[in-house]
Design a protein around this ligand. Structure first.
Ligand code: ADP
Length: 599
C-alpha cells in the first residue's frame, strides 16, 4: 500500500516537474520574442521613416525640373515647329545637357498627341523619339494642366523609373508635355545599402500590390498577393510593367493589405537563400502612391533563443530541485523531531518506570535486610531469652532478699542489694536498647564511629549465644579508637551475621575458638576467624549468593549476600578464606575515613 502511494507521489512530482519545465520554456520563449519584438518594432519604425525620407529627398530633387523646363519658350517653339529638324536637334542637345547635370535618367518632350518629339536619349538605341506615350497617366495628368507623377517600367528602355511631367502652355493653350524620368535602380541601390547596414530588407509596393523596388532581387516586380485574371489584364493593359506578366510571391500567411491588418504581421517569404520570416513594418507614401515595407528578419531573435531556453531550463531545474530538497529536508526534520519527541517521551517513561522499580527494589532490599536481621535475632532468641531471663530472675531474688533484709532492719545490706538491682536493671536496659537499635528499620545514617564500639555493640547481641555455646572469644582490639565513616547499625548487622555464622559453624567442633581482630593499614580491617570446619573450596563464592545456605534450620541464605552488599555500599569489601589450622576467616576491608588518613 505504502509503496503504491509513494510510486503515485513520485509520478505526480515527475508530472509536475515536467509541466513546470514546459511552462517555463513556453514563458521564456514568449517573453524573449515579446521583448525582441518590442525592441525591433520601434527600430523598424525609425528605419521606415529613414527610408521614406530618403525616397522623398531623392524624388523631390526631380519634381520641379519639368516645371522649370516648361518655362523655356524654346520648348513651345519646338512643339509648334516639330518638323523643323534643326530646332528639334537643338532641343535634343539641350535635354541631353540638362540630363547630365541633373542626373535624371531621361528627359523628353511629347506633343499634344503624346508622341515624343525630342529626347535626351536621341542618340541611344532605345531612343524615345517617335514613341507614343499617350497611354501613360503622367501624360493625361499633364495635358489636363497639372503636374503629373507616375512610376513604371519603360516600354522602350525596359528600366524602372519614376516620371514627373508638366504641361507646355502658350497663352493658355497646351502644346505638349515635358517629362523627366528618374532611374529607380540608382535609388534602389542606395536604399539596399541602407537596408543591408540596418540588417533588414526593403520592399516598395504600389496599390496593385506589385513590388516595384526591393532590396532582394527576386522580390522585384512580383505581387504580394496572387493576381486574378482580371487584375492581371488591367495591369497588362496599363503597360506599367511594360509587357510583363506579374507573378506572385508565396507569402505565409497570405499577405493582408493595410485595412485588414491590425497588428504588425510576420510573413514567411522566399528570399535568395530559401525562405525566411520577416516582421512587416509598413507605411504609405501617398504622394508617390507607394507602400513602403521594412522587413525585419525574425531569425536573429530565434538564434539567441536556444541558449536562453537552456539557461531558463537549468535555472528552473535548479530552483525545482532546491525546492524539492528543502521540502524533503523539512519533512525529514519534522520526522526527526517527532522521533526525538517520541524517544524523549519513551526515555521519560522508562526513567519513571526505572525509578519506580528502583524504589521498589530499595524497599525490597530494606525488607530483606530487615528479614535477615530478624532471622539472626530469631536464631539467637533462645540465648537472648536466657540473657534477659537471668538478670530478671536475679532481680527477683535480689528484690525478695531486700524485702527480707528490710523486715530484719538490715539497712546496709538492703542498700547494697538495691544498688545491685539498679545495676541489673541498667544492664537489662542496655541489652534491650541494643536489640531495639539493631532491629529498628533504618534508612542508614552515616557518621564517624569507632570500630571497637561497633564490635562491642555487636557482641552485646551475640554474647548470650557465645556463652551458651561455650565459645572462647579472643578480642584483639587496638588501644586507640579506629574511626570509620558509615552507618554503625548496618556494620553491626554484618558483624552479628558473621559472628553468629561462626558460632553455628563451630557447633560440632571440639574446640570453639572465635578470634576478632581489628587493625588499620592502608585500609581498616576486621577479621573474624573461627575454629569450625571452614568453607568448602567449591562454595567459596557461592556462599555470598542470595539464598545459598547449608543450614537445615532457620537459615534463609541471605545473611552473607546482604553483608557483602552493605560492606560494598560503604566502599569496602568482604572475602572469606580458610585458615591454615582450619576454620573460616572472614575479612572486612573498609576505607580509612579522611580524618584518620590525616592523623
Ligand atoms: P545462612 O546462615 O542463613 O545459611 P548465610 O548467607 O549467612 O546464610 O550463610 C550461607 C552459608 O555459608 C551457610 O549456610 C554456610 O554453609 C556457609 N558459612 C557461613 N559462615 C560460615 C563459617 N564461618 N564456616 C563455614 N561455613 C560458613
Amino acid at each position: 500500500m505504502q509503496t503504491q502511494s509513494s510510486t503515485r507521489k513520485r509520478l505526480l512530482i515527475s508530472i509536475l516537474l515536467i509541466s513546470g519545465l514546459f511552462i517555463t520554456l513556453r514563458l521564456t520563449y514568449w517573453y524573449h520574442l515579446e521583448q525582441g519584438f518590442s525592441r525591433a518594432l520601434p527600430l523598424a519604425s525609425r528605419q521606415l521613416e529613414e527610408v521614406i525620407n530618403f525616397i522623398d529627398g531623392a524624388l523631390i530633387r526631380y519634381e520641379s525640373i519639368p516645371h522649370v523646363l516648361s518655362t523655356n519658350p524654346l520648348l513651345a517653339k519646338a512643339l509648334r515647329h516639330s518638323d523643323d529638324h534643326t530646332e528639334i536637334q537643338h532641343i535634343n542637345r539641350y535635354f541631353e545637357e540638362i540630363q547630365h547635370v541633373t542626373e535624371a535618367s531621361d528627359i523628353y518632350l511629347l506633343n499634344k498627341n503624346g508622341d515624343a518629339v525630342a529626347a535626351s536619349n536621341w542618340q541611344k538605341p532605345y531612343s524615345f523619339i517617335g514613341q507614343n506615350y499617350a497611354f501613360r497617366p503622367y501624360y493625361t495628368e499633364a495635358v489636363a494642366g497639372r503636374l503629373g507623377s507616375y512610376y513604371a517600367v519603360g516600354t522602350s528602355s525596359d528600366t524602372r523609373g519614376f516620371y514627373f511631367s508638366y504641361p507646355i502652355q502658350e497663352k493658355a493653350e497646351i502644346l505638349g508635355v515635358i517629362v523627366v524620368k528618374v532611374d529607380i535602380a540608382d535609388i534602389e541601390a542606395q536604399l539596399t545599402g541602407l537596408a543591408k547596414s540596418g540588417q533588414y530588407e526593403l520592399a516598395i509596393s504600389g496599390d496593385d500590390q506589385v513590388i516595384f523596388v526591393a532590396s532582394i532581387e527576386s522580390w522585384r516586380l512580383k505581387s504580394l498577393v496572387p493576381l486574378d485574371d482580371n487584375s492581371q489584364q488591367i495591369i497588362y493593359k496599363s503597360r506599367r510593367y511594360a509587357n510583363r506578366i506579374i507573378s506572385a510571391l508565396t507569402l505565409k500567411p497570405p499577405y493582408a493589405p493595410f485595412e485588414h491588418s491590425e497588428k504588425t504581421p510576420i510573413y514567411q517569404i522566399p528570399n535568395d537563400s530559401g525562405k525566411a520570416q520577416y516582421i512587416d513594418t509598413r507605411s504609405e507614401m501617398t504622394k508617390a502612391g507607394w507602400n513602403v515595407h521594412v522587413m525585419t528578419p525574425v531569425k536573429p531573435l530565434y538564434t539567441s533563443l536556444p541558449p536562453l531556453l537552456m539557461l531558463s531550463a537549468c535555472l528552473y531545474l535548479l530552483a525545482a530541485l532546491g525546492l524539492l530538497f528543502s521540502l524533503e529536508r523539512r519533512k525529514n526534520m519534522r520526522r526527526m523531531q517527532q522521533a526525538q519527541q517520541l524517544l524523549e517521551q519513551r526515555v521519560q517513561e522508562r526513567t519513571r518506570e526505572l525509578q519506580d522499580a528502583n524504589d521498589k527494589l530499595q524497599e525490597t532490599r530494606d525488607e530483606l535486610v530487615q528479614a535477615a536481621k530478624l532471622t539472626v535475632i530469631g536464631s539467637l532468641s533462645a540465648s537472648i531469652n536466657h540473657e534477659i531471663n537471668q538478670p530478671l530472675a536475679a532481680l527477683r531474688s535480689y528484690a525478695q532478699n531486700t524485702q527480707t533484709l528490710l523486715t530484719r532492719n538490715m539497712q546496709e545490706k538492703a542498700q547494697e542489694n538495691l544498688a545491685t538491682i539498679i545495676s541489673l536493671a541498667d544492664r537489662l536496659a542496655e541489652i534491650v536498647a541494643q536489640f531495639k537499635s539493631f532491629t529498628r528499620k533504618t534508612k542508614g545514617q552515616d557518621k564517624l564511629t569507632d570500630l571497637r564500639v561497633a564490635v562491642e555493640d555487636a557482641l552485646t547481641i551475640v554474647t548470650p549465644e557465645i556463652e551458651k555455646q561455650q565459645v572462647q572469644l579472643q578480642l584483639q582490639l587496638p588501644d586507640a579508637p579506629l574511626r570509620f565513616f558509615g552507618d554503625k547499625v548496618r556494620l553491626q548487622q554484618v558483624l552479628v551475621n558473621l559472628i553468629s555464622n561462626a558460632i553455628t559453624a563451630m557447633q560440632h567442633s571440639p574446640t570453639r575458638q572465635l578470634t576478632i581482630t581489628i587493625s588499620a593499614g592502608e585500609q581498616l580491617c576486621i577479621q573474624i576467624r573461627d575454629s569450625g570446619p571452614g568453607v568448602n573450596e567449591s562454595q567459596m563464592e557461592k556462599i555470598f549468593e542470595p539464598y545459598f545456605t547449608t543450614s537445615q534450620r532457620q537459615g534463609l541464605g541471605l545473611g552473607l549476600s546482604i553483608s557483602r552488599r552493605i560492606v560494598e555500599s560503604m566502599n569496602g569489601s568482604i572475602t572469606v578464606a580458610n585458615a591454615i589450622d582450619g576454620g573460616a576467616e572472614f575479612k572486612i576491608l573498609l576505607p580509612l575515613c579522611p580524618a584518620e588518613e590525616n592523623v
